[in-house]
Write a protein that binds this ligand. Structure first.
Ligand SMILES: NCc1cccc(Nc2n[nH]c3ncnc(Nc4cccc(O)c4)c23)c1
Length: 232
């Protein structure tokens, strides 16, 4: 997160850190006791290895009550996700066991209504992604508030030039923005997860390249189908 600040500890008990060999790779969030939602592009450099999922954390390194690393039983990228574009950039992770819910570990409801979030709505995004252009990684969860940018504005040829589909949404990226390692985290508007961070052009903090997110409502049926099929 560029231009944000340290989050209030444990105010986002749904936040997950997707890790490989103890290293934070991407964000994610708990959508059910045994399921985390993230971004499919996060598996691009994992070369088939399964993530481990850290829940209940504020600091990535310090011991904290209720902080726990979970193994993953299955990782299911959306069938439409691919390395060439940002479409269908969602990843479902089934934990080896149900997460133990408490004040630091909670499920976050996601938006199921198909209506766009109104442009100008101020939403928030949190993550352990890089906090400087030189790539400094924070130990503690960062957060930033960002106003939603209309799809038409975002699709302007000097911005994302008509690559933003109805299944995506944008936020203003002037100075304050998501960056490397924030992919997979939730964009939360009025307490509801509306979308998931996608890297898009990978540019951070440049107002010409607004932050891009995969809206969740269009994928509610897919999410329910996968969770239902793999339950038990
Ligand atoms: N703001 C959109 C967004 C959301 C999520 C991730 C991303 N960026 C990135 N995702 N993956 C990446 N691998 C390498 N470099 C990257 N961005 C980068 C790194 C240093 C300086 C800088 O200005 C940009 C990214 C960008």
């Amino acid at each position: 997160i560029l231009g944000g600040r340290e989050a209030r500890p444990h105010l986002r008990p749904h936040m997950a850190s997707l890790q490989l060999d103890g290293e934070h790779i991407c964000g994610g969030f708990l959508i059910a006791e045994q399921w985390v939602l993230s971004a499919a592009h996060c598996t691009e450099e994992t070369d088939g290895k399964l993530f481990q999922v850290l829940l209940g954390a504020h600091s990535l390194t310090e011991p904290e009550p209720h902080k726990r690393l979970y193994r993953v039983r299955a990782q299911i990228p959306h069938p439409g996700s691919n390395v060439y574009n940002n479409e269908d950039d969602l990843l479902l992770l089934q934990l080896e066991e149900k997460a133990e819910l408490n004040e630091h570990v909670q499920v976050l409801p996601f938006q199921r209504e198909q209506r766009d979030v109104a442009a100008g709505t101020v939403c928030e995004v949190a993550g352990w992604g890089t906090v400087t252009h030189s790539g400094r990684r924070p130990d503690r969860l960062q957060q930033v508030e960002r106003p939603v940018l209309s799809r038409d504005e975002c699709n302007h040829r000097t911005r994302h030039d008509h690559s933003i589909t109805p299944n995506m949404m944008c936020t203003d990226s002037r100075k304050r923005d998501t960056c490397k390692g924030d992919s997979g985290g939730p964009l939360v508007c009025n307490g509801v997860a509306e979308a998931v961070v996608t890297a898009g052009s990978r540019v951070c903090g440049n107002y010409k390249k607004p932050g891009i997110y995969t809206r969740i409502a269009p994928y509610a049926a897919w999410i329910d189908r996968v969770m239902g099929a793999l339950s038990g």
